[in-house]
Ligand binder design. Structure first.
Ligand code: ADP
Length: 455
């Protein structure tokens, strides 16, 4: 554009200058010869007039040439402004305009694409906002320094917080300092915490982001779910489980007692004795099952959990193995205990845990097999390892082996008097004391179950 204005103006000015110079030369020449004629004396004003005319023509020419151009520039400016305001306004293009046509087409193309992209982004943002604001769970995003980057209104409702600003501390939203500390200190990729507020039960899940923190600024995401209803249903189920077990316990005990009495009398015929013995065996099995169901429901309800005391694990192991000695001797199984260690827990629970593991090690062992119980008192944990050289557990069953009534071989388990609840009880006791349960096994080689009690 500059060139367009500059060139004609420069040409005209040069012409005017050349014309002025020519006139000046004539004047100087005439003056030096001493014969200034009258027309020469008119040359100066003529020159000035000529220069003025030239300048005027140059100005008019410049305005004419640039007006179309500046109009176009204004149009481009308007189009960009409207794009900025979220509207796409295409520029008028004229293929006869050689210089601007392709530029305007490029600008139109770029504007159209940019507008489409902006609209798509805005739509996605809106959809995301609708999801986040209408979801029943509270969602909070934290940066690397545990400052709040985002929180939806459900999260604010849960903690009765009216407003939150980006960059606020987590404690501004969650008034429970203990819970804040737990969130800040959790190092796992995913951690779950329970808490209750205003009579409602919640589960809070903290997950670390997988993407690089720098890209989003988000390092952790907290999802808070109201589980009051689920907890109440679970409690009803557990209560039913406990009540039904209690109700069943009395008649079974009576039946068991009567069958024992009948057998003790010794007045029955052989076939009747066999039948009563069968009844007695089933009564014992049912009684064991009910006892295990009661233990499990007590563990689940976690009601009236007695205070923890120092339990000598070695002493418990010895006691359990001596209880099982009749069984082990009968099958020629050798049992050994090594190591020492104390854990802080309810002695009854530790007895149940070691009892279940050792009973399984005997039940699923081979005749003439071995059992090793190893207690190691480490820096961070006391580890109890119960190993056997028995039938082992196929790898595909291990992930589900602690589920209630899950058995690898149903007929074998029933034959050995198993209730199918032993490992479920072990798992619950581990959860109760924050212990880690690990099961390693190889078919026909043996099984090792280790429980690691944190110190
Ligand atoms: P059960 O009363 O049937 O033994 P558990 O919950 O104690 O119930 O064990 C569940 C199942 O796990 C058992 O039925 C058995 O198949 C398998 N199992 C447990 N411990 C062992 C072990 N030491 N060796 C082989 N299999 C085992």
């Amino acid at each position: 554009m500059k060139r367009r204005i500059f060139l004609p103006v420069l040409c005209l000015l040069l012409t005017a200058f050349a014309f002025g110079c020519a006139c000046a030369l004539i004047v100087v020449n005439e003056y030096s010869t001493g014969k200034i004629s009258t027309w020469v004396s008119l040359a100066v004003p003529l020159c000035i007039v000529a220069c003025g005319v030239c300048a005027l023509v140059a100005a008019v020419l410049a305005i004419c040439l640039t007006s179309g151009f500046s109009r176009r520039i204004c149009e481009i400016e308007e189009s960009l402004k409207s794009l900025n305001a979220g509207e796409y306004r295409p520029l008028v293009t004229d293929s006869r305009d050689e210089e601007l046509y392709s530029v305007l087409c490029q600008i139109n193309d770029l504007n159209r694409k940019t507008h489409k992209y902006i609209r798509k982004q805005a739509e996605q943002k809106q959809k995301l906002a609708v999801v986040l604001e209408n979801i029943h769970e509270g969602i909070v995003a934290l940066d690397g320094r545990d400052k709040i980057i985002f929180s939806n209104s459900r999260a604010l409702d849960i903690f009765a917080c009216r407003k939150i600003f980006a960059g606020a501390k987590l404690s501004y939203l969650i008034p429970d300092s203990g819970l804040c500390d737990k969130i800040s200190s959790c190092g796992e990729p995913m951690s779950v915490f329970d808490f209750s507020r205003d009579g409602r039960a919640y589960i809070l899940r903290v997950s670390k982001t997988v993407q690089a923190e720098e890209s989003s600024g988000i390092s952790r995401i907290i999802v808070i779910a109201d589980v009051t209803k689920e907890k109440s249903i679970a409690k009803q189920k557990s209560d039913f489980f406990a009540n039904a077990s209690h109700e069943l316990k009395t008649p079974i005990t009576v039946m068991q007692g009567h069958s024992e009495l009948l057998l003790a009398k010794g007045t029955l015929a052989e076939s009747e004795t066999k039948q009563i013995m069968r009844i007695h065996k089933e009564c014992v099995r049912l009684s064991d099952l009910i006892s295990d169901m009661l233990k499990l429901s007590n563990l689940e309800r976690r009601e009236q959990e007695p205070a923890c005391v120092e339990v000598n694990v070695r002493a418990v192991c010895d006691e359990v193995l001596s209880e099982l000695s009749e069984m082990t001797e009968k099958r020629g199984i050798i049992a050994e205990v090594e190591g020492e260690g104390n854990v802080s827990a309810d002695p009854k629970r530790i007895y149940e845990l070691i009892g279940n593991l050792c009973t399984n090690a005997v039940k699923y062992n081979k005749d003439g097999g071995s059992i090793w119980v190893d207690i190691s008192d480490g820096e961070d944990a006391v580890v109890i390892k119960v190993s056997d050289a028995g039938i082992g557990i196929p790898a595909e069953h291990i992930p589900r082996i602690c589920e209630r009534f899950y058995r690898v071989d149903k007929s074998r388990s029933k034959k050995t008097g198993g209730t199918g609840l032993g490992l479920a009880i072990v798992k619950h006791i581990c959860v109760l004391y924050g212990a880690e349960l690990k099961i390693e096994s190889e078919v026909d080689i043996g099984t090792t179950v280790s429980v690691s009690f944190p110190k």
